[in-house]
Ligand binder design. Structure first.
Ligand code: ZN
Length: 216
C-alpha cells in the first residue's frame, strides 16, 4: 500500500474523531497544506454533523455543532505553547504542528540516522512515534520495511520512492507490504512529518546490522 493521499478510512476516521492523536495530526497537517484534502474532510464532517443533529437533544440550537467545529478549526489564535513559535517554524510547518514542536524547529534535538538523514521526536505518545525527518538534497533514507504503518507527510521539498514521487503536501501511507528507500530530490533538502506505530526494519545487508540499535 503506497498512496499520495489519506485513505478513505483515514479521512472518515478523522471526520468522526476516532483516529489516534498522532494519526489525526498527520491528516490535519495535510489538510492545512492542501485545500482539496480540507474540502474532503469538510464534506464528511457536514455529513456526520447532519446525522448527529438528527439525534441531538432539542436544546442544542441549530448549527451549534457546526459553529463549535468551525471555531476549533479556524484556529485564529496561536496554539498554547511553552516556548514562542518562531518565524522559522511558522514558515516550515503547517499550523497544526506548531504546538507539538514548540520554539524553533532547528533547535529540536535532531539525531543523525545515516548520511544526510536526521530525525527529531516532537512529542511523546504511548502508541505512536511522531518524528520530523530531514533528508539532505540527494541523500536517502536507508532501505527499510515496516513492522506497522508509516505515514509520511512531505512538508518541504520532495523525495522519490521507486517510480513514485512525493512532494510538499503529499502523504505517503506505507505498511509491512512496502520496502522502500526514499531519495530526496537533488534540488534541496526534504523535510517530512512521520507517524509510525512500530519501529521500521532495515533490509539492506549493512542496515540489518543496525536493526537492534536504531529506532528511526
Ligand atoms: Zn518507510
Amino acid at each position: 500500500m503506497k498512496t499520495h493521499a489519506p485513505t478513505p478510512e483515514l479521512l472518515l476516521g478523522y471526520a468522526a474523531g476516532t483516529l489516534p492523536e498522532p494519526v489525526a495530526l498527520a491528516v490535519a497537517a495535510q489538510a492545512a497544506m492542501r485545500p482539496d484534502v480540507a474540502a474532503g474532510i469538510a464534506r464528511l464532517e457536514a455529513t456526520g454533523g447532519a446525522l448527529l443533529e438528527g439525534i441531538a437533544p432539542a436544546t442544542l440550537s441549530a448549527g451549534a455543532l457546526e459553529r463549535a467545529v468551525a471555531a476549533l478549526e479556524r484556529g485564529d489564535a496561536d496554539p498554547i505553547t511553552e516556548m514562542p513559535v518562531t518565524a522559522n517554524t511558522r514558515a516550515l510547518l503547517p499550523r497544526p504542528l506548531w504546538a507539538y514542536v514548540q520554539g524553533d524547529v532547528d533547535a529540536l534535538p535532531w539525531r543523525k540516522r545515516g548520511a544526510g538523514v536526521f530525525t527529531a521526536a516532537i512529542a511523546g505518545h504511548d502508541l505512536h512515534q511522531m518524528r520530523l525527518l530531514r533528508i539532505e538534497a540527494g541523500r536517502s533514507v536507508p532501505q527499510h520495511t515496516h513492522r506497522g504503518f508509516e505515514l509520511t507527510l512531505v512538508l518541504k521539498g520532495a523525495y522519490a520512492d521507486g517510480a513514485d514521487r512525493f512532494a510538499a503536501g503529499d502523504l505517503q501511507v506505507a505498511d509491512a507490504t512496502v520496502t522502500h528507500k526514499p531519495v530526496a530530490d537533488r534540488a534541496g533538502e526534504c523535510l517530512c512529518f512521520a507517524v509510525l506505530d512500530a519501529p521500521i526494519r532495515f533490509t539492506s545487508p549493512l542496515g540489518r546490522l543496525a536493526n537492534p540499535f536504531v529506532k528511526l
